[in-house]
Design a protein around this ligand. Structure first.
Ligand code: AMP
Ligand code: MG
Length: 333
Protein backbone atom coordinates (compact mmCIF):
# COMPACT_ATOMS: atom_id res chain seq x y z
CA UNK A 1 0.00 0.00 0.00
CA UNK A 2 1.23 3.50 -0.82
CA UNK A 3 0.83 6.06 1.95
CA UNK A 4 -0.17 9.44 0.57
CA UNK A 5 0.36 12.66 2.52
CA UNK A 6 -2.14 15.31 1.38
CA UNK A 7 -3.68 18.55 2.56
CA UNK A 8 -7.44 18.22 3.16
CA UNK A 9 -8.44 19.23 -0.37
CA UNK A 10 -11.66 18.04 -2.06
CA UNK A 11 -10.08 14.97 -3.60
CA UNK A 12 -8.36 13.84 -0.40
CA UNK A 13 -11.53 14.35 1.67
CA UNK A 14 -13.62 12.37 -0.84
CA UNK A 15 -11.06 9.57 -0.65
CA UNK A 16 -11.02 9.73 3.18
CA UNK A 17 -14.82 9.47 3.26
CA UNK A 18 -14.78 6.37 1.01
CA UNK A 19 -11.94 4.78 2.95
CA UNK A 20 -13.72 5.26 6.30
CA UNK A 21 -17.03 4.01 4.82
CA UNK A 22 -15.37 0.77 3.71
CA UNK A 23 -13.86 0.15 7.14
CA UNK A 24 -10.42 1.62 6.54
CA UNK A 25 -8.13 3.76 8.68
CA UNK A 26 -7.05 7.35 7.91
CA UNK A 27 -4.57 9.53 9.83
CA UNK A 28 -5.46 13.20 10.37
CA UNK A 29 -4.06 16.39 11.88
CA UNK A 30 -5.49 17.74 15.12
CA UNK A 31 -4.36 20.67 17.28
CA UNK A 32 -2.88 18.25 19.86
CA UNK A 33 -1.18 15.37 18.00
CA UNK A 34 -2.03 13.45 14.78
CA UNK A 35 -4.83 10.86 15.13
CA UNK A 36 -5.38 7.44 13.54
CA UNK A 37 -9.11 7.30 12.80
CA UNK A 38 -11.79 4.74 11.91
CA UNK A 39 -15.61 4.54 11.98
CA UNK A 40 -16.51 4.19 15.68
CA UNK A 41 -19.61 2.09 14.82
CA UNK A 42 -17.55 -0.52 12.91
CA UNK A 43 -16.04 -3.29 15.10
CA UNK A 44 -13.62 -4.46 12.43
CA UNK A 45 -12.43 -0.96 11.57
CA UNK A 46 -11.78 -0.21 15.26
CA UNK A 47 -9.93 -3.52 15.60
CA UNK A 48 -7.65 -2.40 12.75
CA UNK A 49 -6.50 0.61 14.80
CA UNK A 50 -5.44 -1.63 17.69
CA UNK A 51 -3.67 -4.02 15.29
CA UNK A 52 -1.85 -1.22 13.40
CA UNK A 53 -0.62 0.43 16.59
CA UNK A 54 0.11 -2.75 18.53
CA UNK A 55 -2.07 -1.13 21.20
CA UNK A 56 -3.00 -3.14 24.31
CA UNK A 57 -6.67 -4.24 24.15
CA UNK A 58 -7.43 -2.53 27.48
CA UNK A 59 -6.47 1.01 26.38
CA UNK A 60 -9.67 2.75 25.14
CA UNK A 61 -9.98 5.18 22.23
CA UNK A 62 -11.40 8.67 22.06
CA UNK A 63 -14.35 9.34 19.73
CA UNK A 64 -13.87 12.49 17.63
CA UNK A 65 -16.87 14.39 16.26
CA UNK A 66 -17.52 17.44 14.10
CA UNK A 67 -18.51 20.59 16.00
CA UNK A 68 -22.10 20.41 14.70
CA UNK A 69 -22.45 16.66 15.27
CA UNK A 70 -25.07 15.88 17.91
CA UNK A 71 -23.40 13.14 19.97
CA UNK A 72 -26.07 13.14 22.72
CA UNK A 73 -27.40 9.79 21.43
CA UNK A 74 -23.97 8.19 22.00
CA UNK A 75 -23.96 8.96 25.74
CA UNK A 76 -26.44 8.47 28.57
CA UNK A 77 -26.06 11.72 30.44
CA UNK A 78 -24.36 15.10 30.02
CA UNK A 79 -24.13 17.00 33.33
CA UNK A 80 -24.73 20.79 33.27
CA UNK A 81 -21.06 21.52 34.13
CA UNK A 82 -19.99 19.56 31.03
CA UNK A 83 -22.29 21.67 28.86
CA UNK A 84 -20.75 24.81 30.35
CA UNK A 85 -17.22 23.45 29.73
CA UNK A 86 -18.16 22.59 26.15
CA UNK A 87 -19.38 26.15 25.57
CA UNK A 88 -16.18 27.57 27.04
CA UNK A 89 -13.51 25.30 25.55
CA UNK A 90 -14.86 23.34 22.57
CA UNK A 91 -13.81 22.85 19.88
CA UNK A 92 -10.43 22.39 21.54
CA UNK A 93 -7.98 20.07 23.32
CA UNK A 94 -10.45 18.75 25.93
CA UNK A 95 -11.81 15.18 25.93
CA UNK A 96 -14.85 14.53 28.12
CA UNK A 97 -15.77 11.08 29.44
CA UNK A 98 -19.51 10.32 29.79
CA UNK A 99 -21.63 7.28 30.71
CA UNK A 100 -21.86 5.42 27.39
CA UNK A 101 -25.18 4.67 25.67
CA UNK A 102 -23.52 1.60 24.16
CA UNK A 103 -24.11 2.73 20.56
CA UNK A 104 -20.52 2.64 19.24
CA UNK A 105 -18.41 -0.50 18.91
CA UNK A 106 -17.69 -1.94 22.39
CA UNK A 107 -13.98 -2.12 21.52
CA UNK A 108 -13.78 1.71 21.41
CA UNK A 109 -14.05 1.81 25.23
CA UNK A 110 -12.49 -1.64 25.73
CA UNK A 111 -15.55 -2.82 27.63
CA UNK A 112 -15.75 0.20 29.98
CA UNK A 113 -19.28 1.61 30.44
CA UNK A 114 -18.05 5.11 29.59
CA UNK A 115 -17.26 6.91 26.33
CA UNK A 116 -14.61 9.59 25.75
CA UNK A 117 -15.70 12.31 23.27
CA UNK A 118 -13.61 15.09 21.75
CA UNK A 119 -14.33 17.95 19.33
CA UNK A 120 -10.97 19.00 17.86
CA UNK A 121 -10.49 22.58 16.69
CA UNK A 122 -8.00 21.85 13.89
CA UNK A 123 -9.56 22.93 10.55
CA UNK A 124 -8.12 19.76 8.97
CA UNK A 125 -9.78 17.56 11.60
CA UNK A 126 -13.03 19.51 11.26
CA UNK A 127 -13.00 19.15 7.45
CA UNK A 128 -12.34 15.41 7.77
CA UNK A 129 -15.07 14.88 10.39
CA UNK A 130 -17.59 16.90 8.38
CA UNK A 131 -16.77 14.96 5.21
CA UNK A 132 -17.23 11.54 6.83
CA UNK A 133 -20.25 12.57 8.94
CA UNK A 134 -19.52 9.83 11.49
CA UNK A 135 -17.99 9.61 14.96
CA UNK A 136 -14.35 8.68 14.44
CA UNK A 137 -12.53 6.56 17.01
CA UNK A 138 -8.93 7.71 17.11
CA UNK A 139 -5.90 7.35 19.32
CA UNK A 140 -2.62 9.12 18.60
CA UNK A 141 -1.13 8.03 15.24
CA UNK A 142 2.07 6.44 16.58
CA UNK A 143 3.10 2.83 17.16
CA UNK A 144 2.19 1.87 20.73
CA UNK A 145 4.81 3.10 23.25
CA UNK A 146 6.52 5.36 20.70
CA UNK A 147 6.49 9.15 20.88
CA UNK A 148 3.21 10.76 19.68
CA UNK A 149 3.36 12.35 16.19
CA UNK A 150 3.18 16.12 15.73
CA UNK A 151 3.85 16.25 11.97
CA UNK A 152 2.58 14.22 9.00
CA UNK A 153 6.19 13.04 8.56
CA UNK A 154 6.16 11.50 12.06
CA UNK A 155 3.01 9.53 11.16
CA UNK A 156 4.64 8.45 7.91
CA UNK A 157 7.73 7.23 9.81
CA UNK A 158 5.55 4.91 11.93
CA UNK A 159 2.93 3.76 9.37
CA UNK A 160 4.50 4.00 5.91
CA UNK A 161 2.88 1.37 3.66
CA UNK A 162 0.24 0.46 6.28
CA UNK A 163 -2.35 3.23 5.85
CA UNK A 164 -3.48 4.89 2.58
CA UNK A 165 -3.73 8.55 3.64
CA UNK A 166 -2.40 11.11 6.09
CA UNK A 167 -4.41 14.36 6.10
CA UNK A 168 -1.69 16.95 6.55
CA UNK A 169 -2.49 20.09 8.54
CA UNK A 170 1.13 21.01 9.29
CA UNK A 171 2.77 20.87 12.70
CA UNK A 172 0.42 20.47 15.68
CA UNK A 173 0.25 23.74 17.60
CA UNK A 174 -0.68 22.17 20.98
CA UNK A 175 1.83 19.35 20.93
CA UNK A 176 0.61 17.18 23.82
CA UNK A 177 -2.51 15.00 23.92
CA UNK A 178 -5.86 16.41 25.04
CA UNK A 179 -6.88 16.84 28.67
CA UNK A 180 -9.05 13.81 29.56
CA UNK A 181 -11.82 14.82 31.96
CA UNK A 182 -14.15 12.39 33.71
CA UNK A 183 -17.65 13.93 33.54
CA UNK A 184 -19.51 10.99 35.09
CA UNK A 185 -19.43 12.36 38.66
CA UNK A 186 -20.77 15.40 40.47
CA UNK A 187 -17.44 17.18 40.11
CA UNK A 188 -15.27 16.91 36.97
CA UNK A 189 -12.04 14.98 37.48
CA UNK A 190 -8.89 15.20 35.37
CA UNK A 191 -7.70 11.75 34.27
CA UNK A 192 -4.92 13.07 32.02
CA UNK A 193 -3.47 16.59 32.23
CA UNK A 194 -3.32 18.69 29.05
CA UNK A 195 -3.59 22.19 27.67
CA UNK A 196 -7.03 22.78 29.17
CA UNK A 197 -5.79 23.04 32.74
CA UNK A 198 -7.32 22.29 36.11
CA UNK A 199 -7.53 26.03 36.77
CA UNK A 200 -9.41 26.62 33.49
CA UNK A 201 -11.87 23.81 34.26
CA UNK A 202 -12.46 24.93 37.86
CA UNK A 203 -13.08 28.49 36.66
CA UNK A 204 -16.08 27.29 34.63
CA UNK A 205 -17.28 24.21 36.56
CA UNK A 206 -16.72 25.64 40.04
CA UNK A 207 -14.46 22.76 41.07
CA UNK A 208 -12.15 20.18 39.54
CA UNK A 209 -10.29 17.27 41.10
CA UNK A 210 -7.29 15.35 39.77
CA UNK A 211 -7.33 11.57 39.66
CA UNK A 212 -4.46 9.75 41.33
CA UNK A 213 -4.27 6.01 41.00
CA UNK A 214 -4.09 4.13 44.31
CA UNK A 215 -1.76 1.15 44.58
CA UNK A 216 -3.44 -2.05 43.40
CA UNK A 217 -6.40 -0.19 41.87
CA UNK A 218 -7.68 -0.56 38.29
CA UNK A 219 -6.77 2.76 36.63
CA UNK A 220 -9.72 4.96 35.61
CA UNK A 221 -7.87 5.99 32.46
CA UNK A 222 -6.13 2.78 31.39
CA UNK A 223 -3.79 4.57 28.99
CA UNK A 224 -2.07 6.33 31.87
CA UNK A 225 -0.93 3.00 33.33
CA UNK A 226 0.93 1.97 30.20
CA UNK A 227 4.53 2.70 29.34
CA UNK A 228 4.34 5.54 26.88
CA UNK A 229 6.01 8.23 24.81
CA UNK A 230 9.48 6.68 24.91
CA UNK A 231 12.18 7.68 22.41
CA UNK A 232 13.94 4.77 20.69
CA UNK A 233 17.37 5.67 22.06
CA UNK A 234 18.47 5.42 25.70
CA UNK A 235 17.27 8.26 27.90
CA UNK A 236 17.90 9.46 31.45
CA UNK A 237 16.50 12.32 33.50
CA UNK A 238 17.96 14.67 36.12
CA UNK A 239 16.62 17.63 38.05
CA UNK A 240 18.27 21.04 37.65
CA UNK A 241 19.85 20.48 41.09
CA UNK A 242 21.53 17.34 39.74
CA UNK A 243 23.28 19.30 36.96
CA UNK A 244 26.72 18.02 37.94
CA UNK A 245 25.60 14.38 37.72
CA UNK A 246 24.10 15.14 34.30
CA UNK A 247 27.46 16.56 33.12
CA UNK A 248 29.27 13.42 34.35
CA UNK A 249 26.75 11.27 32.49
CA UNK A 250 27.36 13.32 29.31
CA UNK A 251 31.14 12.97 29.63
CA UNK A 252 30.91 9.20 30.21
CA UNK A 253 28.74 8.70 27.11
CA UNK A 254 31.15 10.77 25.03
CA UNK A 255 34.12 8.80 26.39
CA UNK A 256 32.36 5.52 25.49
CA UNK A 257 32.14 6.71 21.86
CA UNK A 258 28.45 7.65 22.01
CA UNK A 259 26.62 10.84 21.03
CA UNK A 260 24.89 12.36 24.07
CA UNK A 261 22.41 15.23 23.82
CA UNK A 262 20.98 17.30 26.64
CA UNK A 263 17.26 18.14 26.48
CA UNK A 264 16.54 21.18 28.62
CA UNK A 265 14.55 24.39 28.90
CA UNK A 266 16.05 27.44 27.21
CA UNK A 267 16.99 29.26 30.42
CA UNK A 268 19.21 26.34 31.49
CA UNK A 269 20.99 25.81 28.15
CA UNK A 270 24.05 27.94 29.08
CA UNK A 271 24.74 25.61 32.02
CA UNK A 272 25.30 22.60 29.77
CA UNK A 273 28.17 22.59 27.32
CA UNK A 274 27.92 20.34 24.27
CA UNK A 275 25.06 18.94 22.16
CA UNK A 276 21.71 20.18 23.36
CA UNK A 277 18.08 20.32 22.23
CA UNK A 278 16.15 23.42 23.27
CA UNK A 279 12.85 22.42 24.92
CA UNK A 280 11.56 26.00 24.81
CA UNK A 281 11.12 29.08 26.94
CA UNK A 282 7.60 28.85 28.38
CA UNK A 283 5.15 26.01 29.16
CA UNK A 284 3.09 26.32 25.94
CA UNK A 285 6.26 26.31 23.85
CA UNK A 286 7.60 23.29 25.75
CA UNK A 287 4.32 21.42 25.08
CA UNK A 288 4.50 22.27 21.38
CA UNK A 289 8.18 21.24 21.05
CA UNK A 290 8.51 18.17 23.30
CA UNK A 291 7.50 15.34 20.94
CA UNK A 292 9.29 16.78 17.91
CA UNK A 293 12.45 17.04 20.06
CA UNK A 294 12.11 13.44 21.24
CA UNK A 295 11.78 12.25 17.64
CA UNK A 296 14.71 14.42 16.52
CA UNK A 297 16.74 13.29 19.52
CA UNK A 298 16.26 9.58 18.91
CA UNK A 299 17.66 10.05 15.38
CA UNK A 300 20.73 12.03 16.45
CA UNK A 301 21.63 10.80 19.91
CA UNK A 302 22.74 7.54 21.49
CA UNK A 303 21.73 8.95 24.87
CA UNK A 304 19.27 11.74 25.72
CA UNK A 305 20.05 13.47 29.02
CA UNK A 306 16.93 15.32 30.12
CA UNK A 307 16.90 18.09 32.69
CA UNK A 308 13.46 18.39 34.30
CA UNK A 309 11.96 21.89 33.83
CA UNK A 310 11.50 23.79 37.09
CA UNK A 311 8.07 25.36 36.64
CA UNK A 312 4.96 23.71 38.12
CA UNK A 313 1.18 24.07 37.74
CA UNK A 314 -1.08 24.99 34.81
CA UNK A 315 0.10 23.71 31.44
CA UNK A 316 3.29 22.36 33.09
CA UNK A 317 1.23 19.56 34.72
CA UNK A 318 0.63 18.10 31.28
CA UNK A 319 4.14 18.82 29.97
CA UNK A 320 5.83 17.26 33.02
CA UNK A 321 3.60 14.20 32.90
CA UNK A 322 4.74 13.49 29.31
CA UNK A 323 8.33 14.56 29.94
CA UNK A 324 8.77 12.32 32.96
CA UNK A 325 7.11 9.32 31.32
CA UNK A 326 9.28 9.72 28.22
CA UNK A 327 12.41 9.81 30.35
CA UNK A 328 11.30 7.09 32.75
CA UNK A 329 11.06 9.25 35.86
CA UNK A 330 8.21 9.07 38.40
CA UNK A 331 6.30 12.28 38.64
CA UNK A 332 3.23 13.49 40.51
CA UNK A 333 1.12 16.21 38.95
P1 AMP B 1 -4.51 8.48 22.95
O1 AMP B 1 -5.56 8.98 22.01
O2 AMP B 1 -3.52 7.57 22.31
O3 AMP B 1 -3.92 9.63 23.67
O4 AMP B 1 -5.25 7.62 24.04
C1 AMP B 1 -6.52 7.93 24.54
C2 AMP B 1 -6.50 8.20 26.01
O5 AMP B 1 -7.83 8.44 26.46
C3 AMP B 1 -5.95 7.06 26.84
O6 AMP B 1 -5.12 7.57 27.87
C4 AMP B 1 -7.19 6.42 27.42
O7 AMP B 1 -6.94 5.76 28.64
C5 AMP B 1 -8.14 7.61 27.56
N1 AMP B 1 -9.54 7.18 27.45
C6 AMP B 1 -10.22 6.87 26.33
N2 AMP B 1 -11.47 6.46 26.61
C7 AMP B 1 -11.60 6.53 27.95
C8 AMP B 1 -12.67 6.23 28.86
N3 AMP B 1 -13.84 5.78 28.44
N4 AMP B 1 -12.42 6.41 30.18
C9 AMP B 1 -11.23 6.88 30.61
N5 AMP B 1 -10.18 7.17 29.81
C10 AMP B 1 -10.36 7.00 28.49
MG1 MG C 1 -1.37 7.79 22.47
Amino acid sequence: MTTRISPPDKKALAFAKEEIARGGVVAFHTETVYGLGANAFDDRAVAKIFALKGRPADNPLIVHVHKNYDFSALVDFIPPYAKALARAYLPGPLTMVYPSAGKVSPSVSCGLNTLAVRVPSSPTAQAFLRAVGLPIAAPSANKSKHVSPVTAGHVYDDFQGEIPLILDGGACSGGIESTVLDCTGEVPQILRAGLVTREMIAAVAGDCTVYRMQAGEQPKSPGMAHKHYAPKCRAVCFTAEEAQAARVCYAEELHAGGTPYYVCERALLPEFEGNALDLGGDPAEMAARLYALLREGEQKATLLIAIEPKERGGVMDGVLNRFCRAFGRDHET
